[in-house]
Write a protein that binds this ligand. Sequence first.
Ligand code: OXD
Ligand code: MN
Length: 591
Amino acid sequence: MDHADFGKCRSTNSTLNQWVADQAALLQPDRVFWCDGSPAEKDFLTEDAVRQGVLIRLDQKKLPGCYYHRSNPNDVARVEHCTFICTPRAEEAGPTNNWAAPAEMYEKLKGLCRGAMKGRTMYVVPYLMGPPGSPLAKVGVELTDSIYVALSMRVMTRMGELALRHLGDGKDFNRGLHTMLDVNPERRFICHFPQDNTIISVGSAYGGNVLLGKKCLALRIGSWLAREEGWLAEHMLILGVESPQGEKTWIAAAFPSACGKTNFAMMVPPAHYKGWKIWTVGDDIAWMKPGKDGRLRAINPEAGYFGVVPGTSLKSNPNAVATIQRDTIYTNVALTPDLDVWWEGKDGPPPAEALDWQGRKWTPASPSKAAHPNSRFAAPMTNNPCLAPEADDPEGVPISAIIFGGRRSTTVPLISQAFNWTHGVYLGATMGSEMTAAAVGGAGQVRRDPMAMLPFCGYHMGDYFAHWLNMRSKIERLPRIFYVNWFRKNAKDEFLWPGFGENMRILKWIVDRCHGRAEADETALGWMPRLGEIDLEGLPDSTRERLREALAIKAEEWRQEVHAQDDLFIKLRSRLPKQLTENRDLLISRL
Ligand code: OXD
Ligand code: MN
């Protein structure tokens, strides 16, 4: 096909067309390219990206449809300090967000955007978040001057004509504008205008800052819309547990970054769990709304996985390994001379030589890492061998359990169950996770990350908790809420629980609790399994003692924990629902 066959505007939506024209007048691109999402267009754009050097074609025999990209070394992660919620009043954004006045921020961004796309193409990327026809689905349109973003959005969302059809003549779509500018951290702003359903992201080309459907729309703007419209936009994976009898139980789970969310979402049960199967609906985001049947119905708004690559192996996540063999864009991993990719923790020996994520020569003797610790894959969810067929169900899946969890080497037991919804909200609200060595702030320090939403909640976190509490009266059949910690250690610094696929054993208890089949003891922290209730078959004998330790409640640790939780509560006090402080007081008295 000819060059001229691609990029034509086929939208007849006058609101959309006018908005695109207005933005083009400001940004002054040489060309406006409307993405239709077709396979032919993908080939055309991919060729173009290879020609420009934005993508490197990997060995197509080994990795069909896979490409390699390096980002600017100054631009490799989400930038929370440059991320703003722009609401009329600072109080609406709350103390856990950066705030700017909308008029001032629009003015500043306009200045940066004026003429910013001169000499570039502006891609118009219409996309749908959620299964077509879903009452929960939302349309966004992202304008971007990055061909890498246009191609990645194609993987991560349902992109193109389909989104335009969903929108029809409507005016209700998220307006997203992205320009890389000169990829300068000094001019990097990720700004959200929830009242206008608008996102403007400038100065970055890294996924989390620029794939606007993901963190920006699905979580920050999404959480705002969810409160207005009576649903939940959450940083949660969604999975299904199928028993040998064919019973499917759907679970949503929130964990902060670096707690193995993608691994959990794609888990393979241990060998002796014959007939049990885990199905993935999503690995990062859940939109959940009470359904006509009175249950909380969840969809994954995304269509792909944007996962951390290092550590991905047959042991940690065999389904992810299978998923990223085809049609995957790799960013900031290492590139081998035979056009394969490599990363720390990949199966097999390291290559004798490679180019690292910055394009520098690397050998196993090099002191630095070959792949950036936050290097990523973008892969279509349809590649996942355990993708749930229900992932495309417009009604979503009915959630029976919600799991909260963090990385804690002490204090928090392996598993407990909240007494009720309000107690569960308290557990989610007080979640904390230890930062890993790579993060600023120092290893081992606990950062409070309520419901894993600290960097993603688009409004005051106190109001967010109130919204969660209010949902109780909107859901007839409330999911049970659980709290897990896979990372507790003993005095010898050894993990007490084997983790990975063995987490199936804990999931089984959760499923049984949802169906009223497992026994539990009432403790100060909630309902906890009796020792014999967790299946340990096939594990070493020492596991039983370790499990006892993993479930132990140490009153002194909890006194410190409750004290530490107060920092967040004090910060949010002007809007903190009293039910949460009541729950804290109840916990203290139980302890
Ligand atoms: C992500 C994150 O990239 O949570 O999903 O940081
Ligand atoms: Mn995430």
